[in-house]
Design a protein around this ligand. Structure first.
Ligand code: BJW
Length: 231
């Protein structure tokens, strides 16, 4: 049975109504990335950052998984291989669609993190900058999000999976942000067949064996159906 590693980015949730980052009207056109997605920005203005993520949490809760999320969940249940989804997305649409072998490498909107002791707890719909940690009581709550300059989560597990991958797919990610943009090179080094599924070629598109262009709600179910037919 093949080991299948799938990296997803904002493009897979775009048709669920969640904004991407680098589109002309995307999140980085509306907010300065240095202000809302760095530890320094959080130290300067915690209220601005917490409110940015409160609004994102509200938008994510109102969205529903689409046919692309559902197709990846279907791939996992059909047992044609060992399927690991590594998402850069902080929404919960993969798990709501039914994926269980899932890593949120850039964190999640659904938990809060104590910057003092590392404790995690379910995030309230509206976090406040002075929220206290329920474990150590420090007023040090922050969104459980990986900002620029911070180490993404579960990197050992991800690199181990990439080193054993037979198939690697990157779906709806622009290839701007590392280490995720380097996963195709890691998987190719391990001998995996690599496929990019995106509206347009990403910055690292030339490194893939195959590129499938189109909206994820069409291209991902097509790709999954072909894998399932192949058995
Ligand atoms: C569709 C579609 C549809 C649209 N259907 N497709 C120089 C060189 C190399 C690295 C660095 C460097 N200088 C600094 C770094 C490191 C830095 C980095 O990469 N910077 C770059 C900007 C250069 N990285 C970090 O700091 C990371 N940490 C780190 O490196 O630690 C050290 C380390 C060392 C060694 C090993 C491991 C670690 C941390 C990165 C944290 C990223 N954080 C953010 C924000 C937080 C999360 C959040 O708020 O949600 O994560 S930034 C933002 O970008 C977010 C995303 O997860 C991430 C990726 O974006 P994504 O998903 O690709 O979205 P878009 O909008 O860019 O693209 C959407 C795509 O979808 C497009 O391609 C569309 O075409 C497509 N699409 N609709 C199909 N319907």
């Amino acid at each position: 049975m093949p080991n299948i590693v799938i990296l997803t980015g904002a493009g897979i949730s775009a048709e669920s109504g969640i904004e991407t980052f680098r589109a002309d009207t995307g999140l980085w056109a509306q907010h300065d990335v240095e202000d809302v997605a760095t530890p320094e920005g959080f130290a300067r203005d915690p209220a601005l950052v917490v409110n940015f993520y409160n609004a994102r949490r509200k938008a994510a809760a109102a969205a529903a998984p689409n046919a692309a999320h559902e197709a990846l969940a279907r791939l996992e249940t059909h047992n044609v291989g060992d399927v690991l989804v590594v998402t850069q997305n902080v929404d919960a649409l993969h798990e709501r669609a039914g994926s269980t072998n899932l890593i949120h490498m850039h964190g999640t909107l659904d938990t809060a993190l104590c910057a003092a002791c590392g404790h995690r707890w379910p995030a309230p719909a509206e976090m406040a900058p002075a929220d206290r940690c329920p474990d150590c009581a420090a007023p040090a709550a922050r969104p459980d999000i990986v900002w620029f300059g911070e180490m993404p989560y579960q990197m050992d597990r991800i690199f181990d999976a990439l080193s054993r991958a037979d198939i690697f797919a990157a779906i709806g990610t622009s290839g701007n942000v590392y280490p995720a943009a380097g996963f195709v090179a890691e998987a190719a080094r391990a001998g995996a067949q690599t496929v990019e599924i995106n509206l347009e070629r990403s910055l690292v598109g030339s490194q893939f064996d195959e590129v499938r262009l189109g909206p994820a709600t069409r291209t991902v179910p097509e790709w999954v159906d072909q894998l399932l037919e192949r058995g």
